[in-house]
Each structure stands twice: as C-alpha cells, then as structure tokens.
Design a protein around this ligand. Structure first.
Ligand SMILES: Cc1ncc(COP(=O)(O)OP(=O)(O)O)c(N)n1
Ligand SMILES: Cc1nc(C(=O)O)sc1CCOP(=O)(O)O
Ligand SMILES: [Mg+2]
Length: 577
C-alpha cells in the first residue's frame, strides 16, 4: 500500500490519493485539442452565475473573437496552460511539477487545486480534498478572465469534480484539454472505483484530444485488460480512442523486458512507436505530471499533437538524465530537476525542429574552400542548394572566423526558415546556440553528444558521425537524432577519411535505431547504388563536392534530387510487384 496513515479521510480516499501521488510518475496526461462547444445562450450562462463577469456576449460569440475580448487591452498572446490537479508538498509531482514544467517550456501556468497533500520521498502522509464548490470557484475565476489556451488535468478525486470540470469547459471553451487519467497505483491497485472510471469514460475522455495512460491506467479504463506487449498497447490505444479522445498515448514505462521506454501514440489513423532511453534513476517522481504539462505547454505554443508529445518525451528524458544522481529526500522515489539547463531554450516557440527522417533525403554540406574557388558567398551557396531541393543543410565552415561564421549562419538560417529546411552547424555548438540554428552535426572526436544535448536542450537536432555498429548503438544511447555514416566512397573533401564502403554503411544502418544519412564521395553516378542498399532507415545522401564543387549549385542539386526521387520511386514499385 502506498503512503502512511492519513487522518480524517476514508481508506478508499487514502488509497486513491496515495496512488494519485505516489503513482504519478508513471501516470499519463491527456491532451485535448478539440474546441469545446461554447455555451450558446447568455441565459444559460447567467443561470450558472457567471454574468457578473460581464462576458455573456462573449460566450455566444465565435471563439477567436471571444478570446480577443477576454484578453482585454493586451493583444500579445502569451501561451497559457491551466492545470487542475493536487498540490504535492514535496513538489515533485502535482501542481508544483506542472508549474515547473510549464515555466521550463516558457509557458504561463495557472492553477486550480483539487486537493492538498502532505507527502515526501517516503510516501503520502496526509490528504485533504478541497470542497467541490472551491474547485468550481477556482475554475470560474481563471477561465472567465485569463484566456487559457490549454487545460491539463491531474488529480480529480471525486465524480463531482470531474463533472464540475466538464461543465466549466463547456462554459469556457479552451483550445485543448490534456487529461491525465490518474487511476491506478504503481503497485497495480485500482484506486478509483467503478463509478469514477465511468465518469472518466463518459464525461472526460470524449472531451479529450489525447489521453495518455500508463499501462495500469489503460488497463483500468479498459476493464482490467492485461497489457504486456507493444501489440497489446496498440490495441489498447485503439480501444481507448473509441471512447472519444482524438489522440491516445499509451505509456509503456512499465513494460517488462524492454531496454527502451516505448510509448504508443495513436491519432485515430496511424500508430507511432515513440522510443526513448530508459534512464536508471530513483528520481522519477512526477514524470507523468511533467509529461502531461509539457504536452499542454507545447500545444499552447501552437505545436501539432505529435510534435508536442515528442518534445515532451524528450524534455522528460533529458531532465531525468541530468537529474539521475541528485539526492533530495531519503525515500525510494525522488523528484527531478525541471530547470536543469533548458532555460535558454525554453522560449523558442517559433519552430519545433525535431527531425523528420525524410529531411535527410538530400543533405547539403557546405565547404568554404569550394565556395571561395567558385567565388560565391556561403549564403548564395545555401540559397542555391535549397532552391534546388536540398532537404537539410549543414554549414561546415572549417576555415571561417567565428564572427564571419556567425553572420553567415544567421543569414543562411533566414533562407532555410523561409523554405522550412532545417539548418545544422558542423562542430560549433557555440555558433549553433548563438544563431538559434536547428541543431548540430558532431563527429566521434568532437564534443560528446550528452554534453551537446545539455547545452542545446531537447528541441535541437543532433547528428553524429558513425563508422561502426558500436558507434551507432552509442549514438542512440547518447540521445542523438540521426547518424551520418561514411565514407561510403573515397573522398577528397575530408582529409584522411576512412572509407567504409557500402557494406560498412549497411552494417551501421542495421545496428542503428536512428535514421541514417550516407556520406563520402557520393555523386550523380553512384547515388543510386547507395539508395538501393535496401535498408529501411537509410534516409538519404549527404554531399559536399557533388553540389558545391560545381559551376551551378541549383542545377546540380536538382539533378541529384531527381535521381534520388526516381530511385526511391523505382524501389517502391519493385517492392509492390
Ligand atoms: C551528415 C554528416 N555526416 C558525417 C559528417 C562528418 O562529421 P565529422 O566526423 O565530425 O567530420 P567533420 O565534418 O567535422 O570533418 C558530417 N559533417 N556530416
Ligand atoms: C564531411 C565528410 N564526412 C565524411 C565521413 O565519412 O564521415 S566524408 C565527408 C566529406 C564528404 O564530401 P564529398 O561529398 O565531397 O565526398
Ligand atoms: Mg566534426
């Protein structure tokens, strides 16, 4: 049983709260993107006692207009998440985790407190559930005035509270609802009785855009169904989706015999297996709340659902990695540091540059010597490559002065942003940080991936060069996003480069859980042989001289793009036949 004795509340409530609190690290959160219907008549709003806020007209208006009016004189939008959850005195989970996660992601967070708990790393010592009227008043105060973008729910300890939340959201529409279906303890106890499960199913899930249960919560919602494999998680996600949420994230943190943490995301059409490294640490208290809040925060910033989930997973993984050795409290499950080294990255809400593997299709890598030889600036070279169809660009300016490199990077970034092409910086993490590039490419003897990640934060792309299967496994474990593998063929561009050949490339791909781009001596005459290697995670080719040691960069890029497209199309038609 979780926690110690709790004064003044029933045993059932004790169990429920113990689960809510101690089990929170594995609990999930749900996101809700669907617009909730506005109250259609001012009469109805008045009946429910909100007329003193003077927003009766507002509720009958289209939402965009309603938001403008609600926001009063300010027209600068600041993303805002409202969390409806319990307070954790130890501040690892609950309201406190939600506040810290939102702050770390650069989003304002308001709070509706459903319960006040006394707890620490040893367990739960006391729980006081707030009166339902108080929860209703808090909801009314915030939602009627503060222009909330996303509501995220955590501990909802009574049927009445779920119903109050349901009614409040109908009255005060928000962009998205993230529901954390906190229902089952880490020890497996079903702590919410059948009646609250029913309320979750019937009142909350149909409103949610995403529900993110852990295995035990998913099982409880599905009437005790056993979930032991990724296949089970997929069918659970589908069944939960049938209950109404637009998206489902089933978290597999408790899945036995898996070295990675595998979550299954289902959007009603496609399944995605989202993997992250399992971090060995006691400091996991609050990961469920944090993941949910982080998803809510990214949604509030305007992210798509899948991107929000990916960023949230990466954020939690990175936070755990950097907090794995901290010691707070003497108990078995400690909190982690939400702040770690992300602060400088938190407010970058403009782009979520998580790598789409297809970005690696035609990867242009610049070379200052070649640009000088042909009398072009770095910016002109990049512009031409992007216009010719390069899908990602790396500035590899080995000879550039720092100041010049930074200025060039800034103007290349402008070009790449216009075309929605990621721009990475070779070796120089400082330049990448200074110009807010989308990421870096680093080699085996450059800065370690872990260190680069701590400097760049979870949103940036990190590519790493790998010549062997061992390199490939390490790249994954260290948290890289993709692998550059070569030299596939001999090259004059990189001195003393070891050629690994097509066989070496294939071995790296087969050992890799990451997408791979081939590099080294690739040009129009041999690119086909690379793309025909027949390994699923080989996404494209990276080239320097075939584009930049040529008179017309646009033309060469177009030709190579055409050849790659044709090769992939032919491979596709061969597969089908
Ligand atoms: C896509 C890609 N793959 C490999 C490399 C090589 O990086 P590294 O090993 O660090 O060597 P340098 O490029 O720094 O000389 C790359 N740049 N890009
Ligand atoms: C930068 C680089 N890295 C390599 C590796 O094997 O990791 S080969 C290489 C140079 C690639 O240039 P080109 O396309 O002109 O051969
Ligand atoms: Mg390097």
């Amino acid at each position: 049983m979780l926690g110690g004795p709790i004064n003044g509340i029933s045993n059932f409530t004790h169990q429920f709260m113990g689960f809510l609190l101690s089990g929170i690290s594995n609990s999930s959160t749900s996101i809700f993107y669907r617009k909730i219907c506005a109250v259609s008549s001012s009469k109805q709003a008045g009946r429910q006692g909100f007329d003193q806020f003077g927003d009766l007209t507002l509720k009958a208006m289209p939402e965009e207009k309603a938001l403008t009016i609600t926001n009063g004189s300010s027209n600068k939008k600041f993303p805002h998440v409202l969390t409806v959850a319990g307070s954790d005195s130890g501040a690892g989970a609950g309201i406190q985790a939600d506040l810290k996660a939102c702050a770390a992601r650069g989003v304002y967070c308001s709070t509706v407190i459903t319960a006040v708990t006394a707890q620490n790393t040893l367990g739960v010592q006391d729980v006081s559930i707030l009166p339902e009227d108080s929860v209703a008043e808090q909801l009314k105060s915030v939602l009627s005035d503060m222009r909330v973008d996303v509501v995220k729910t955590g501990m909802l300890p009574s049927i009445g509270m779920v119903k109050i939340l349901h009614d409040s959201l109908k009255q005060f529409p928000v962009q998205a609802l993230v529901v954390d279906p906190v229902m089952v303890s880490t020890s497996g106890d079903v702590l919410a009785g059948p009646s609250i499960l029913d309320t979750f199913r019937h009142d909350l899930l149909p409103m949610a855009d995403i529900v993110t249960p852990n295995l035990k919560e998913a099982s409880a919602l599905l009437g005790g169904l056993q979930l032991k494999t990724v296949t089970d998680m997929r069918s659970a996600a589908k069944s939960l989706h049938n209950m109404g949420p637009r998206n489902v994230l089933v978290k597999g943190g408790d899945l036995p015999s898996s070295s990675d943490a595998i979550d299954v995301f289902f959007d009603g059409k496609d399944f995605y297996e989202l993997r992250s490294t399992r971090i060995q640490t006691r400091n996991t208290h609050g990961t469920g709340c944090t993941l949910a809040s982080c998803i809510a925060a990214e949604l509030a910033k305007g992210s798509s659902m899948l991107s929000a989930v990916k960023v949230a997973k990466r954020y939690v993984e990175t936070a755990l990695m950097y907090s794995k050795s901290i010691t707070i409290g003497n108990g078995p499950q400690g909190p982690f540091d939400h702040g770690f080294k992300l602060k400088r990255n938190a407010c970058n809400s403009s782009r979520l540059p998580l790598l789409d593997p297809s970005d690696l299709f035609l990867y242009a890598v610049t070379d200052s010597g070649m640009n000088k030889k042909w009398g072009r600036s770095i910016t002109d070279a990049v512009k031409a490559a992007v216009e010719g169809g390069a899908t990602i660009v790396q500035l590899r300016e080995k000879d550039a002065e720092t100041g010049d490199f930074l200025e060039a990077a800034k103007s290349c970034l402008e070009i790449c942003r216009i075309h929605n092409v990621p721009l990475l910086i070779n070796d120089r993490i400082d330049i990448a940080m200074a110009c807010d590039a989308d990421g870096v490419h680093i080699g085996q003897s450059d800065m370690p991936v872990n260190t680069a990640r701590s400097l760049l934060g979870p949103e940036k792309i990190i590519g790493v060069s790998c010549k062997t299967p061992e390199h490939a496994l390490k790249a994954w474990a260290d948290g890289a996003d993709y692998i550059g593998s070569g030299g596939v063929f001999p090259t004059n561009t990189k001195a003393n480069n070891r050629t690994i050949g097509l066989d070496g490339l294939k071995a790296v791909c087969l050992a890799s859980k990451l997408p791979v781009v081939a590099i080294g001596g690739i040009n129009l005459s041999n690119a086909r042989s690379v793309m025909e290697l027949g390994v699923a995670n080989l996404e494209g080719v990276a080239v320097v001289s075939a584009l930049f040691d040529r008179e017309c960069v646009v033309t060469e890029t177009r030709k190579l793009h055409g050849l790659l497209t044709e090769t992939v199309a032919n491979a596709g038609s061969t597969d089908t036949n």
